[in-house]
Design a protein around this ligand. Structure first.
Ligand code: AMP
Ligand code: MG
Length: 645
């Protein structure tokens, strides 16, 4: 039997500011480490030490030779020199590493010793073998003066017994593991990792790896949250996708709450039919929701609860909102539970290149891509407000615009919070029209150790980015209608044209369509325009191909004209799947989709190079790759004709 839900609390009781939300959450839940556990040396990497560690032994444990040579009494060789060498009698043993010496070094004698060998009784210094020569009759010739303690590492000189070697709160890296191993420590006490239950809710969600049903989307948040939990010292425990069903949701939340230290649930937080979560939270324990609705953009439907001593977070459904709110509000709490310090290393300072408008009254998160420029790092807003998951791929981090600010002025210095600790500013930024041939060139640049970001923004989008100095190169294929010339007429001062390759454009159609098969381009377009049932698929404004299509149509607006996808692939898919009958795309794409092809002519795919960035190593590597015969062959294999080098 289905239990009735607790009476609905009024939705979005009151929207509070970001700071007030953080304050209330902090007041209701005192985030601190959850206790410690002992972990073996081999498993310590990335863990946080719960206790201070003192050296249980001296390192090194005995006085040790630091070079290959001879253990001597320094007083025997205090005045030795090339002109007046000291001759010492060799003792009858050779001290190797790991073997205790047996003989005493008496005055006038020396014992051969290897690097790391224990210093024998009587000796107080080691002479490097390079400063000696073998003498006759069991003697060795010492040609340099020797000081006491020379070339000896004394017991405890590295780490002394009882000395503090690592402090509580240290994140264990290979370095800390080395220190522990050197002291013979095989295990250490670390903070227990907070177990964080991760739940996604929504009837429309499908787990990655499964086929997508109609009208469904993939569950993105669970993966984002689980990875972010791990990045911030937690142990994600996944409870899968739960439908918008009160009973299923209640069961999952009760289980997650019982088994974990924190629960992070996404979706179902806003006002609506399926939004049950905030009501179920009330059943998990007091005080329940302390915040529901935060003046954030994006991220308003954020819910923060504490139920019977455990934080329960209701993240907004949109992946970008979920990611921002997690990083800004949840991660700091999780880090305190994990015993980790705030993520200082995950922020960088950057300059905003142009004014970024913002709503007053809401703290706004703005995704930015970092571009390394003449004045240091510049933070360029990307995919602002779009909520598109692809904006993650383009963004390195985000900046937070204060609720009271109506804009961030151009030139402002801002703190950019990186979306992950591994984020690295790319060496080369390419913004513009995408082409599979581009991947061949970029592969060669990456193979030389550079990091590259490609942002597919269309030819005009790339050109604008290049003019603003946001990228190194803007790949483009723009026909200039007046001159009939590709690309060059579109460039401004500060940009120069780098020839790329030629792509054969043509009319694509299903091979069995008699209106097109075997016809010339003019005949085919005439046949298409003559048939009222014939649907075309166009391209977006700003695409080079769009200009070609408009020329081809000569002012006609046949059915399908307003269907304007943004890529060659989308055009080919539309025709192949019978949603349209013809369109214009490039030859390799037509072939990939098994379509018929009537050539129209070569299109020039070139690069607008930002002159100011041309001598940067990654840009230079790109230009070199374009000239590289192997890369040109690869581009040709993909169906393109490289321009004259
Ligand atoms: P909701 O908060 O449930 O109203 O969801 C808001 C939007 O986010 C809807 O478009 C959902 O389809 C989407 N959404 C919710 N959860 C997820 C998820 N786990 N992954 C991707 N999108 C989601
Ligand atoms: Mg939902």
């Amino acid at each position: 039997m289905t239990r009735p839900l607790a009476p609905s609390q009024s939705q979005f009781l009151s929207v509070v500011s970001r700071d007030e939300a953080v304050r209330r959450f902090g007041e209701a839940y005192d985030a601190r480490p959850l206790g410690s556990e002992t972990v073996l040396l081999a498993d310590l990497l990335g863990r946080v030490l719960a206790d201070t560690v003192k050296a249980p032994v001296d390192v090194p444990p005995f006085d040790r030779a630091m070079v290959d040579g001879f253990a001597v009494r320094a007083s025997d060789c205090a005045t030795a020199s090339e002109a007046a060498p000291t001759m010492l009698r060799l003792n009858g043993e050779h001290i190797h590493c790991g073997h205790a010496p047996g003989l005493v070094v008496l005055p006038g004698t020396a014992t051969p010793i290897a690097t790391g060998g224990p210093l024998p009784r009587g000796a107080d210094a080691v002479v490097m073998i390079e400063h000696t020569e073998p003498g006759d009759g069991g003697l060795v010739r010492i040609a340099r003066a020797v000081a006491p303690g020379q070339c000896v590492a004394f017991a405890g000189s590295d780490l002394a017994l009882g000395e503090t070697i690592l402090r509580a709160g240290t994140v264990v890296t290979a370095r800390e593991i080395g220190i522990l191993a050197a002291c013979g420590i095989a295990e250490a006490a670390v903070h227990r990792r907070p177990r964080v239950g991760v739940i996604s809710t929504g009837d429309e969600l499908v787990e990655p790896g499964r086929p997508l049903r109609p009208a469904a989307i993939y569950d993105t948040n669970a993966s984002i949250v689980a990875a972010s939990v791990a990045e911030n010292g937690g142990l994600p425990v996944r409870f899968g996708v739960i439908a918008d069903d009160a009973e299923a949701l209640r069961a999952a939340m009760l289980r997650a709450h019982a088994e974990c230290d924190m629960v992070v649930l996404s979706g179902g937080t806003s006002k609506g039919e399926g939004d049950l979560t905030h009501r179920i939270v009330g059943e998990l324990g007091a005080p329940g929701l302390v915040v529901h609705g935060v003046a954030l953009k994006p991220g308003k439907p954020l819910g923060l609860a504490v139920c019977a001593g455990k934080p329960v977070v209701l993240l907004p459904g949109f992946p970008t909102s979920a990611m921002f709110t997690f990083h800004d509000i949840v991660a700091p709490v999780l880090r305190r539970m994990a015993g980790l310090p705030p993520r200082a290393e995950a922020s960088v300072e950057a300059v905003v290149p142009y004014r970024v408008a913002s709503d007053v009254g809401r703290t706004e998160y703005v995704s930015v891509a970092l571009v390394d420029g003449a004045q240091g790092l510049a933070a360029h807003p990307v995919g602002k407000g779009s909520g598109a998951i692809s904006s993650f791929a383009q963004a390195d981090g985000f900046l937070t615009v204060d609720a009271l600010a109506e804009a961030v002025p151009a030139g402002a210095h801002v703190e950019v919070r990186l979306l992950g600790p591994q984020v690295r500013v790319p060496d080369l930024v390419v913004v513009g029209s995408h082409c599979t041939g581009l991947d061949a060139v970029v592969d060669a640049v990456v193979a030389r150790g550079f990091t590259v970001r490609i942002v597919a923004a269309g030819s005009l989008g790339g050109l604008q980015a290049a003019k603003r100095g946001e990228c190194d190169l803007a790949p483009m294929h723009l026909l200039h209608p007046e001159s009939g010339i590709y690309n060059a007429p579109w460039l401004d001062e500060g940009l120069e044209l780098v020839p790329g390759w030629r792509r054969l454009q043509g009319i694509v159609f299903r091979r069995d369509d008699g209106r097109f098969a075997g016809r010339t381009a003019d005949q085919a377009v005439a046949a298409a325009l003559a048939d009222a049932d014939c649907l075309m698929v166009n391209r977006n404004q700003g695409a080079g191909t769009r200009m070609l299509i408009d020329t081809l149509l000569g002012g006609a607006r046949p059915g399908g004209y307003w269907n304007q996808p943004r890529s060659h692939n989308a055009v080919a898919a539309s025709v192949a799947q019978n949603r349209a009958d013809w369109g214009v795309a490039i030859a390799p794409v037509a072939e990939a989709y098994g379509l018929g092809f009537i050539p129209l002519g070569p299109e020039h795919y070139d690069f607008a190079l930002v002159s100011a960035r041309k001598s940067r190593p990654a840009a230079a590597a790109f230009l070199e790759a374009l000239r590289d015969p192997a890369v040109r062959d690869a581009v040709a294999d993909l169906g393109f004709t490289p321009a004259e080098a």
